[in-house]
Ligand binder design. Structure first.
Ligand SMILES: Cc1cc2nc3c(=O)[nH]c(=O)nc-3n(C[C@H](O)[C@H](O)[C@H](O)COP(=O)(O)OP(=O)(O)OC[C@H]3O[C@@H](n4cnc5c(N)ncnc54)[C@H](O)[C@@H]3O)c2cc1C
Length: 433
């Protein structure tokens, strides 16, 4: 069967839905998600979204982002991120997003490597509220449809222009023809034994890009979050203990009750210190000490973490949290320009699957949701300009279901091979390698 849509969006996280909502309402948009719509990393985000506090803060926000990224960032992209942060948070709020407030202003919080408090949040379940806000808007739009349990296997091409996607749904193979395609298929954490990500985040977009010779960048820039809950023999994703806890004063201590690092340094430095401390003290974890923090504050400000830990047998108002670094985020991805356009015509990429270069070699905390907003909107606005002059190409060939399944397997092999090559000794943490 063949389906037709002006725009095909692959992914139902912050990047996919915000892109769809910014496409001109006169065009038909089809969003597909591999599994259930809420089964995305966006839903899991805890800490919040960075934003320049005001115009005066734009330069300092750029400086903090560049420093955390080891100056490997693309400065023009970082400038766009910082300058457009205020506007995009406004748009998100117009869609109905409610952030925690301190009087009339935001209740700004802080995370590692930010010079000031500039993170807006909805307690510690920011991603869930962002997802629900966007999902509600998407459902109200007549021009947008969502197709769950629909897996992109490959893009469709005509003379090296992207003309849609080949998908598997309900055990059958389909072509979805589109004038423009946006890949917003998220990160790679599902490839790792230990990651905070959904297991389904298996770098599908990266695999498709690699196989189709679409330009990718910085595959070696993989971020390890310093503080995931340490649990023995857990096969599922690791439970994150948000950096905002450290921003609010939580301290890292070793098994001898000693502090060993400044908790608010960039993530890569804190993760490395923890690994060294674990080695030095012959332990698999260190602790996050909250003993000096008010019990009621912890329960009210961090209900997600409080409840998540309680379910796992840890009462954070009474005991320190065992934590260790695990894979968390991917700074590299499909290489895109400032409008999120890839090296292939009519194909865009945004969110974690893309590499805008804003994060450099190490992402500054809470810059990911912001990147998802800013650069997916840019993709949509750029498509709006071009789509009136673009026609649909109807590709006659269609993958048979058997071949589609073989392609899916080869996608997985392709990303595993690519990351095994670039990760060196860390490759042992990859599943299946
Ligand atoms: C536990 C946790 C906490 C975090 N906290 C924060 C935070 O506080 N602040 C912050 O800025 N960032 C945070 N992050 C990072 C941030 O949440 C993600 O980087 C961001 O949400 C990625 O959004 P996305 O839209 O690119 O991808 P996702 O939200 O991961 O969505 C990907 C979508 O693509 C779909 N998809 C994938 N492959 C296919 C396929 N082959 N076919 C069809 N569909 C496909 C999936 O089904 C899904 O709908 C956190 C991440 C985690 C895991």
């Amino acid at each position: 069967m063949d389906l037709y849509s002006d725009v095909l969006v692959v992914g139902c996280g912050v990047a996919g839905m915000f892109a769809a909502l910014n496409i001109d309402r006169k065009y038909k948009v089809m969003i597909i998600s591999k599994t259930e719509a809420c089964d995305c990393n966006t839903y899991l985000a805890q800490g919040g979204i960075s934003k320049a506090k005001n115009k005066k803060d734009i330069d300092l926000f750029i400086e903090d982002t560049m420093k955390a990224g080891k100056e490997k960032n693309r400065l023009d992209a970082v400038r766009v991120l910082s300058e457009e942060s205020i506007k995009n948070i406004d748009i998100l709020m117009k869609f109905g997003m409610e952030f925690d407030k301190d009087g009339d202003d935001f209740d700004y919080t802080r995370e590692g490597a930010h010079s000031i408090n500039r993170i807006v949040h909805a307690s510690d379940v920011t991603g869930k509220i962002v997802f629900e806000t966007l999902f509600n808007q998407v459902k109200k739009r007549d021009n947008i449809t969502i197709h769950e349990d629909t897996v992109l296997v490959d893009i469709l091409k005509y003379e090296d222009i992207c003309i849609g996607g080949a998908v598997i749904k309900d055990g059958d193979a389909y072509n979805i023809h589109s004038k423009f395609t946006i890949l917003a298929s998220g990160g790679i954490g599902g490839l790792f034994t230990n990651s905070t990500n959904r297991r389904g985040s298996t770098g599908d977009g990266i695999a498709i890009a690699l196989r189709n010779k679409i330009k990718v960048a910085n595959l070696n820039y993989v971020q390890f979050h310093p503080t995931a809950l340490y649990e023995k023999d857990v096969k599922n994703r690791r439970f994150l203990i948000s950096e905002s806890l450290r921003g609010e004063g939580a301290k890292l201590i070793n098994k001898n009750n000693q502090r060993f690092v400044d908790e608010l340094l960039p993530r890569d430095i804190v993760s490395n210190s923890i690994w060294q401390e674990e080695k030095r003290t012959d332990s698999n974890f260190v602790y996050l000490d909250l003993s000096h923090m008010e019990k009621e504050f912890l329960k009210n400000r961090f209900p997600g973490i409080y409840n998540g830990c309680k379910e796992r047998g840890i009462d954070i108002t009474k005991q320190p949290i065992p934590v260790t670094p695990v894979q968390h985020y991917f700074m590299g991805g499909i290489d895109v320009d400032l409008n999120s356009k890839t090296s292939m015509d009519n194909l865009y990429a945004c969110g974690e699957v893309s590499c805008t270069g804003v994060h450099g070699a190490n992402r500054l905390a809470s810059n990911s949701l912001l990147e998802g907003l800013v650069f997916s909107r840019r993709a949509a606005l750029n498509i709006n300009k071009k789509i009136g002059n673009t026609s649909m190409v109807n590709l006659k060939e269609r993958l048979k279901i058997k071949d589609a399944q073989v392609t899916l397997d080869s996608n997985l092999k392709c990303v595993l091979e690519a990351f095994s090559k670039v990760l060196g000794e860390k490759k042992n943490e990859l599943i299946n390698s």
